[in-house]
Design a protein around this ligand. Structure first.
Ligand code: SF4
Length: 425
């Protein structure tokens, strides 16, 4: 549920405007949108209630709704606040959003305000065709479901509920039939890193417009040992890049801004070989597929930078994977929190990054997952622990005795934060 901003860059080379130069301002690449004023999308964790008990669940979902969830009236006030950012994308997430009886009413309300509405229901029997018809009539543009493997055996084991894969396929089919565009979300973890070609074939058959691939962040129920590792991430990035040239849907890597580095590296290599004549339209291969429903995607979205997450009780987080609150919709103005809170401002300032990300030539387009840095080290401005790239400048600093080797650097910080695994590149 991400879209381009319509300003393809023309320089292509990440080193062309060095971070901190007058052209890069807060260190962001000049061809990326400026998210200081408004996020590209807001996700609301409508409820923690969910019939599933997924192994990696960020929300640590529970069978019942929390008594302190935002009420219908509070949710409407929140939607009005979000509309002050502009006609941006708003996503009902969870838990299972369909556990809330007011979800159709809130969809209608948000649509009337001019927000572009999307939903990610759980793959359970609760998501009936009738419910989908109501949601579509209320203005829901897109529906996304999770499929974490190419078959029931892989997916259901990961989701811990037999029949979840079947319901996912059923919901995608029904959503298309009632007129919504469809998206699939897939978590990359150790259990499925080798299934991506088969997954792509299945998704092609399903007629989706967007494939959002989530790279696991070790928080919620996800343990550090479930994360596939930097080298496995790198292999998946290359698969995704190859697939993005041929599949009839858009692909986005979430919690993995380093995919932008891979795209640039691959495009530059193709230019050198003469198989590509421009490297400028970073991350736009396939983007037209996801623009059909007006939702699309943006480049350069990162935690707190183009993105705002509201918890089921109204806390304002830079992302669902970075549980550090900067306010609450019950007590704070959400627009002020996004624009001016220390946490959000610091996350958008790439000049405040630490470790190898601070000296990386790809920092203007990447900057690493702030959520994963926080999960592993406790500091959201630390370097991304699961990126295989070691910048040349960092190697020079290590040789000069000014910096630690990467493995040592992360192991020390992870251990200090109580994360027992050595994080390796
Ligand atoms: S070192 Fe950091 S900024 Fe550079 S590519 Fe890796 S995650 Fe991105």
């Amino acid at each position: 549920m991400h879209t381009g901003n319509g300003h393809p860059h023309r320089s292509g080379h990440p080193g062309k405007h060095p971070a901190g130069s007058p052209k890069s301002g807060n260190g962001r690449a000049p061809y990326f949108p400026d998210f200081d004023e408004a996020p590209f999308l807001v996700i609301w964790e409508t409820t923690q209630a969910c019939a599933l008990a997924c192994k990696h669940c960020r929300a640590e979902a529970q069978p019942d709704r929390h008594p302190d969830e935002l009420t219908t009236a509070e949710a409407k006030t929140m939607l009005e606040g979000i509309r002050r950012f502009g006609p941006i994308i708003f996503v009902f997430s969870g838990g299972d959003a369909l556990e809330r009886p007011d979800i159709v009413e809130l969809t209608e309300f948000g649509t009337r305000l001019g927000l572009r509405m999307a939903i990610t229901p759980a793959t359970t029997p609760l998501c009936t065709r009738e419910r989908l018809e109501e949601l579509h009539a209320a203005g829901m543009s897109r529906l996304a479901v999770s499929l974490d493997g190419p078959n029931a055996a892989v997916h259901d084991e990961f989701r811990q509920v037999e029949g979840s894969f079947h319901h996912g396929l059923r919901i995608l089919k029904a959503a298309r039939e009632v007129g919504m565009s469809t998206q699939v979300n897939t978590v990359v973890a150790r259990h499925n890193v080798n299934d991506f070609r088969v997954m792509a074939d299945l998704l092609t058959e399903l007629g989706i417009v967007f494939w959002e691939v989530f790279f696991l962040v070790p928080m919620g129920r996800a343990r550090p040992e479930d994360v596939a590792g930097a080298d496995a991430f790198e292999r998946v990035f290359h698969h995704l890049y190859d697939l993005s040239k041929t599949v009839p849907f858009d692909i986005k890597a979430t919690a993995a801004p380093q995919y932008a580095r891979i795209v640039l590296q691959r495009k530059k290599a193709e230019m050198r070989k003469g198989t590509r004549d421009e490297a400028s339209d970073i991350l736009t291969d396939g983007a037209a597929h996801s623009l059909r429903d007006g939702i699309g995607r943006a480049r350069g979205v990162n935690d707190g930078d183009g993105f705002l997450f509201v918890s089921h009780t109204g806390e304002l987080f830079p992302s669902g994977f970075l549980p550090k609150a900067a306010g609450n919709v019950r007590t704070h103005d959400l627009v002020d929190v996004y624009r001016d809170s220390d946490l959000f401002v610091s996350l958008r300032d790439k000049n405040r990054l630490k470790g190898k990300c601070a000296v990386c030539e790809y920092r203007p387009v990447c900057s690493g997952s702030r959520a994963r840095a926080f999960a592993v080290t406790g500091d959201p401005l630390e370097a991304e622990p699961y990126c295989a790239h070691v910048p040349g400048r960092w190697l020079e600093m290590v040789a000069a005795g000014e910096a630690q080797p990467v493995e040592e650097y992360f192991r020390e910080r992870a251990l200090a934060h109580g994360v027992p695994l050595p994080v390796t590149n």
